[in-house]
Design a protein around this ligand. Structure first.
Ligand SMILES: [Zn+2]
Length: 382
């Protein structure tokens, strides 16, 4: 820590600006009014399912960014929207890009859930499946409407199981911070018991890949959820950028005049690349070793890693996350709250993760806040 930080640290961080790279305030829609009074300058707000796409859009209109430079204004609050379909809801979508039309609902769910459910009550309580091509069309329109919007939250999850029964719509679901008396947006999994059913990994990959392709087409960054599936996420992304790898050091030495000898910026400028230019692995929980493949110099997309107090420091694994954070290059690290409710608690969690990252990186709090601001700006705006 540098001299002088201790005294003015608190205010300095907020004055420089804190940029939440991944959160879900529309899960408690009433809380988005509190964004105006928050200390954090920018929230990157994720959509996850049918119920929240429009809410994210509405929230972004309440706190609009018209120019990239807007976010340097310390007196305003901004929302960057992200539109996407989360892996926890991937079973609700059917792939109709082959023009096949809507499958019979029970048949569809029996084909994408494992183990195959034979519980009729459970199957019939599931929502009518949705068309993937319809969703892609709507999402593309939203991305066009919001030139700074991301694609997210998308991803793969090998650990999650479907919750039982229909989702609750009112808030007596225990004591989730900030939400106990407010209305939860339908579709949320809060407080519901779990079934044994998972979504087949191949199906999750179809839904993820389609959204990554849309992000590639629109040249947008992506916020990716990976739980017990980092290898799968990497393999899928690698299959998308196959043939576009940056040359390795050895190749650059051998053929200094090769056509893509300086391709570092290709992912930003080339309109026709089949993979997204920037990818954030949100609440990154993979092992330190798995970082190496994402950060390999031949990877042509810019991969960022985001950390939250809630996910990354909630249990005994903090020794692991400490070594992961140390291993992430300074310009590729982001912070997030991943919280379902805007307000004071979100600010607290953000401040805590900024401090933890600064401690681990041995940055002064001011240097750290500057670096994290710069990283977020690079990630979102390119
Ligand atoms: Zn999330």
């Amino acid at each position: 820590m540098e001299m002088g930080d201790e005294g003015q640290g608190d205010d300095a961080v907020w004055q420089i600006g804190v940029f939440d790279s991944h959160c879900h305030p529309t899960d408690i829609m009433a809380s988005v009014n509190d964004i105006a009074d928050m200390k954090a300058r920018v929230l990157t707000v994720m959509a996850t399912r049918a119920e929240d796409q429009e809410m994210v859009e509405k929230t972004a209109k309440m706190y609009p960014i018209d120019f990239k430079l807007d976010v340097s204004n310390p007196n305003s609050r901004y929302v960057v929207p992200a539109f996407g379909w989360h892996p926890w809801f991937s079973h609700q979508m059917y792939d109709d890009r082959d023009q096949k039309g809507r499958p019979e609902a029970v048949e569809h769910y029996r084909s994408v859930l494992v183990p195959t459910p034979d519980d009729d009550d459970f199957l019939h309580a599931l929502p009518t499946p949705r068309s993937l091509s319809e969703f892609l069309k709507q999402t593309e329109a939203r991305l066009q409407e919001f030139p700074f919007a991301l694609v997210g939250e998308v991803g793969l999850d090998r650990g999650f199981r479907l919750p039982e029964g229909p989702s609750a719509t009112t808030g007596d679901m225990g004591n989730k911070t900030g939400g106990s008396e407010e209305e939860y947006t339908p579709g949320s999994r809060e407080g519901r018991p779990l079934t044994p059913y998972r979504v087949d990994m191949d199906h999750q990959k179809i839904i993820l890949r389609a959204q990554l392709e849309l992000a590639a087409k629109m040249r947008r960054p992506v916020s990716v959820h990976g739980v017990q599936a980092h290898g799968h996420v990497f393999d899928l992304m690698q299959s998308m950028w196959k043939g576009h790898e940056r040359p390795s050091k050895r190749e650059r030495k051998r053929r200094p005049d090769a056509p893509n000898a300086h391709p570092q910026d290709d992912a930003e400028t080339d309109k026709d690349l089949p993979f997204p230019p920037r990818i954030c692995m949100h609440s990154y929980s993979g092992p330190p070793d798995a970082l190496k493949q994402f950060l390999n110099p031949t990877v042509p997309a810019n991969i960022y890693f985001s950390f939250s107090t809630a996910v990354n420091f909630s249990n005994a694994s903090s020794a692991k996350v400490t070594s992961v954070i140390k291993g992430v290059p300074d310009n590729r690290i982001l912070i997030e709250s991943d919280l379902h409710c805007a307000g004071e608690r979100m600010d607290e969690l953000l401040e805590e993760i900024v401090r933890r990252v600064c401690e681990i990186k041995e940055w002064s709090i001011q240097h750290g806040a500057q670096q994290l601001k710069q990283n977020w700006t690079k990630f979102v705006f390119g």
